[in-house]
Design a protein. Structure first.
Length: 160
């Protein structure tokens, strides 16, 4: 990274470019189910409107952006891959478990609201369609953490 930062590009521009590249890759991978289901659902005559398939797929993309923003923030703060994978992985598993436990145990339903998985799939978009508030919340968490990550990266000592 030191070699890349030696170029006449500001740290902020560098961080935004890295984030754009990561976001594009994550979006492309998360959009694959939408592309595949747009072909498969009509081909096998499933009784699911494509608008609801799109709602679920956009939810997956928004959740991927949420975790991408968190990962970018951790990476910008630490500069190491290990903590990024550890923190993001623990958060993903922990919030998935919070969503699952909140749905199964009486009195712990509030745990679901702490989980991005609830905002992605807890509203059952394949049956109920679009939920803009939940999608906006997921994207907002991703954007907020990414912006903080860019600011943190700009202020971090990278050794040059």
């Amino acid at each position: 990274m030191e070699l890349l930062l030696a170029n006449p590009v500001s740290r902020t521009a560098f961080a935004w470019q890295r984030l754009a590249a990561a976001g594009s890759a994550v979006t492309a991978v998360a959009a694959m189910p939408l592309l595949m289901l747009s072909i498969i659902v009509p081909a096998i005559d499933m009784d699911i409107p494509l608008s609801r398939v799109a709602a679920a797929s956009v939810g997956l993309i928004a959740m991927a952006w949420c975790f991408t923003g968190i990962a970018f923030l951790v990476g910008a703060a630490t500069g190491r891959r290990g903590p990024v994978l550890a923190v993001t992985g623990v958060l993903a598993v922990g919030t998935y478990m919070a969503n699952a436990m909140g749905g199964m145990l009486d009195g712990l339903g509030w745990l679901r609201y702490l989980s991005p998985f609830y905002y992605f799939i807890g509203t059952d978009p394949l049956r109920t369609g679009w939920h803009p508030a939940e999608l906006t919340l997921l994207a907002a968490v991703g954007v907020a953490t990414a912006v903080v990550g860019v600011v943190r990266f700009d202020r971090r000592d990278v050794g040059i």
